[in-house]
Design a binder for this molecule. Structure first.
Ligand code: NIG
Ligand code: FE
Length: 371
């Protein structure tokens, strides 16, 4: 729609239509004039690991020199994260969320996964919620105790510990449970044990699937009715069909394909062709995607994965909402949250056409411009 207008009251969209049809007699309203710029729903970044301390720059430098990405690097971040104070972790996570918001993210999913003891994992869940509150972002948190087996732990004991700590994670606000089911992380059988227990504990299910190798994790997602299966670089046609039939949202994370130098791009189209609901996320994390920017993820989804611009924009908004099983964000219909962004352009395709510049000039959450 061109020359559109939108009325937000008490944080919800109350009216949307052509500017000339705006109802009269609205009384005292604050007006935000987009001055002809394109307006979109705020991004729904449905997959991040935004709470960590430390850096993995040596790993990145080695990868540029040809060393492949491996799950083992996660343990370096675990050590640095455990050693960080609550205040330091909160400051780091809050600054990342400020950058997310600056780039137009209004709803964010944050996983634990760099604590890997029950207490450290619960601390990360608390920090995620507190950091999002500081930045005015909507947040949902995910327990990822099953990220990797921590150094010096026996794997079966650790899987049992993860299962035993599901109620504590819930108590600390987690709505979801995720498992990194891949080469170097957890097997399909271990993932099944954790996720079945998580469902029984009242958590929704998500899974890191087919990132490094094809293990059968996507089929497990379909079997268990996960809300999303994420990464999917090595997904097969059969896997993609199972996800589509099972209503599992396929979350692609193109920054990881670039940053881990896997250069796998064709899976997004394979998933779309199979009829999957697609979402795009940043996967913001220190090892495979140090990136807070949804515009950058959308640019790669179009220019590297070949998704049409309208498909990518839908995946970064409505698709993310579907992955989080929310119908109140990711769109601007009547009743939706008043979460929107004003682009630095008068056409949404310029978000992909113009690289390396700030794509978003204003982020509005709950009807309030912030930042
Ligand atoms: O989504 N794949 C598992 N977890 C993260 C990476 C974690 C890390 O390397 O620190 C991801 O890519
Ligand atoms: Fe991830």
């Amino acid at each position: 729609m061109t020359d559109g207008a939108l009325l937000v009251r008490a944080g919800r969209v109350e009216w949307v239509g052509a500017d000339r049809d705006l109802p009269a007699g609205l009384g005292d309203v604050d007006e935000l004039d987009a001055a002809g710029a394109a307006v979109l729903p705020g991004w729904v970044d449905c997959h991040t690991h935004a709470v960590w301390a430390g850096a993995r720059r040596e790993e990145l430098v080695a990868r540029v020199a040809g060393k492949p990405y491996a799950a083992g690097g996660i343990n370096a971040t675990v050590a640095a994260t455990r050693a960080a104070s609550d205040e330091a972790l909160l400051a780091l996570a809050s600054e990342r969320m400020r950058v997310m918001r600056h780039n137009g993210t209004t709803t964010v999913e944050v996983k634990s996964g760099y604590g890997l003891t029950p207490a450290d994992e619960c601390r990360l869940l608390d920090v995620a919620r507190d950091a999002a509150a500081l930045q005015g972002l909507r947040v949902t948190t995910t327990y990822l105790g099953a990220h990797v087996v921590p150094d010096s732990r026996h794997r079966d004991d650790y899987v049992r510990e993860v299962i035993a700590s599901l109620p504590a994670a819930r108590h600390h606000g987690a709505e979801w449970c995720d498992v990194f089911c891949d080469e170097g992380a957890f097997t399909v059988d271990e993932a099944r044990r954790v996720l079945v227990a998580a469902a029984a504990a009242g958590l929704g299910l998500r899974i890191h699937a087919e990132q490094i190798a094809r293990t059968g994790a996507a089929l497990l997602a379909a079997e268990l009715g996960c809300a999303s299966a994420d990464h999917l670089d090595h997904v097969t046609d059969e896997d993609a069909r199972a996800l589509a039939v099972g209503g599992v949202v396929a979350v692609v994370v193109p920054v990881v394909s670039l940053y881990s130098r896997s250069q796998t791009w064709s899976h997004a189209q394979r998933l779309a062709d199979a009829g999957c609901t697609l979402a795009i996320a940043t996967d913001c994390n220190p090892g495979s995607a140090w990136c807070e920017s949804m515009p950058y993820a959308v640019q790669l989804a179009c220019l590297a994965m070949g998704l049409p611009v309208d498909v990518a924009l839908r995946a970064a908004t409505l698709g993310g909402a579907a992955a989080l099983r929310r119908d109140d964000v990711g769109h601007l219909g009547v009743g939706a949250r008043g979460d929107l962004i004003v682009l630095a352009a008068d056409h949404e395709a310029d978000l992909v056409a113009h690289l390396g510049a700030d794509a978003v000039i204003r982020t509005v959450v709950h009807g309030c411009p912030i930042g």
